[in-house]
Design a protein around this ligand. Structure first.
Ligand code: FCB
Length: 454
């Protein structure tokens, strides 16, 4: 019988959410430092200045991961540490931190999995136009080459972008994330340039790996936040509304990356609405680089119905609430939709290895006097979603791994420290880490799944 490749089990974090040390060793401000310093953007005016102080506690944190028995750790590099001006040479002191992290992980038998961009653009690049400007895509490829040159001798798993939808739509359209701009036209330009940057960076990494004899086992990919949009009824209006939302959230990313074209219905409508995708000849071939890995961040799904047209003639849609459990983010808990999503991906976009690069939940944790959280709700969330992912694998999806979001409670963007996603509690006054019940569950589940496979 053909044996499937073993699943990799891991936890995920990102640089700005955990590192702190925002002005150490030559790191320059990112758009998130600037955004946080702007009144009214983040709950309680909180910032990533200290966060989980991971920059100073890294060895202890890696030891904690090793205790969970994970195979792999997904983390991101802070671009303003690695290449502070967003152009020009790398910063040896900033790179040294990731050098130590990679070595520490490998010494503990944990695979390092690098994400190059988890939203902390050097402020200097935003000042020069940010992602709506085409040049940022080329700067990103330059940074990718510097990072790969420094770490590619030991790291084979490279993700270019985390959730370009968030960078483009929340960063430049709704303004809920850094840099906080509200300009739909700029947002769709940003989206295209992010994807172009992905393609250019993927090329740079592959070229660097081949030239340096480091191509063995290299896996290059991207992570998308994908969310099923389920029509409320079978009426033509609701079907059209769900198709539009699916286009904006999912197909606008999957199609160019895996089919080399933007979905015509969405691209055409965006053009009509004055938000064209600024595609130049040759761009789509660059974006549709061969992808080894497509990372799926899955949290929830939604039911969509038609609604009266929105502002400036934008198609009107409404989200219909279901009678299901919700997390502290008010996201509906729908594990079965993860199975459906993975089956759809394998059917409609076959090719890459699929990894769940993030999955997890925020709940209103209540620690006891020792800081222990008996988070049965988070344990249930993880269990049902891991089950759902494994079911898709049973049914033929080329799923290769699962990462819990997140290892730690951390800086949850515009929600500050108010929403806790960690399987390990962080007491922000003392920086004490305490594994929650969900961490114990995850460690046991990982051990069990690995025993079943061996
Ligand atoms: C994802 C982000 C991650 C975290 C989780 C809850 O969109 O990639 O940084 O905020 O959501």
């Amino acid at each position: 019988m053909e044996r499937k490749p073993k699943l990799l089990w891991g936890t995920a974090t990102s640089s700005y959410q955990i590192e702190g040390a925002v002005d150490e060793d030559g790191r320059t401000p990112s758009i998130w430092d600037t955004f946080c310093a702007t009144p009214g953007t983040v709950v309680a005016g909180e910032t990533g200045e200290i966060a989980c102080d991971h920059y100073h506690r890294m060895p202890e944190d890696v030891a904690l991961m090793a205790g969970l028995g994970i195979d792999v750790y997904r983390f991101s590099l802070a671009w303003p540490r690695v290449q502070p001006d967003g152009t020009g040479p790398g910063n040896p002191k900033g790179i040294a931190f990731y050098d130590r992290l990679v070595d520490e992980l490998l010494a503990r038998g944990i695979l390092p999995w690098i994400t190059l961009y988890h939203w902390d653009l050097p402020q200097a690049l935003e000042d020069a136009g940010g992602w709506p400007g085409r040049d940022t895509a080329y700067r990103f490829a330059e940074y990718a080459a510097i990072a790969h040159d420094a770490l590619g001798d030991r790291v084979r798993q490279w993700t270019t972008l985390n959730e370009p939808w968030c960078s483009a739509m929340l960063g430049y359209v709704s303004g809920r994330h850094a840099p906080g701009r509200r300009d739909a036209r700029a947002g769709f330009a940003a989206l295209h340039h992010l994807l172009l940057g992905h393609g250019l960076a993927a090329q740079a990494i592959r070229e660097g790996a081949h030239a340096g004899g480091r191509a063995d086992g290299l896996e290059v990919g991207i992570t998308l936040n994908l969310s099923p949009k389920i029509p409320a009824t079978a009426s033509p209006e609701d079907l059209a509304a769900a198709l539009w939302e699916d286009g904006l959230s999912n197909r606008l990313y999957l199609d160019p990356l895996l089919r080399g074209e933007y979905p015509a219905d969405i691209a055409g409508k965006l053009e009509e609405l004055g938000c064209p995708l600024p595609v130049r000849d040759g761009d789509l071939a660059i974006i549709a680089q061969p992808l080894d890995v497509l990372g799926v961040n899955y949290y929830s799904s939604s039911v969509v119905a038609a609604a009266p047209a929105g502002q400036n003639r934008w198609p009107g849609t409404a989200t219909i609430a279901r009678d299901v459990e919700r997390t502290a983010m008010d996201w509906e808990v729908t594990p079965e939709e993860l199975t459906h999503l993975l089956l759809r991906l394998e059917r409609e976009y076959p090719g890459p290895a699929w990894y769940i690069t993030e999955n997890g939940a925020a709940y209103a944790d209540e620690p006891d006097e020792n800081g222990y959280v008996d988070d049965v709700d988070r344990e249930n969330y993880l269990r049902t979603h891991i089950d759902a992912a494994l079911e898709a694998r049973e049914r033929g999806v080329n799923l290769r791994g699962y990462f819990a979001w997140s290892l730690f409670d951390n800086f949850e963007w515009s929600f500050g420290y108010d929403r806790r996603f960690g399987i390990v509690r962080v007491d922000y006054d003392t920086q004490k880490r305490t594994p929650k019940r969900s961490a114990r569950y995850f460690a046991e589940r990982v051990a069990r799944e690995k025993a079943l496979e061996s």
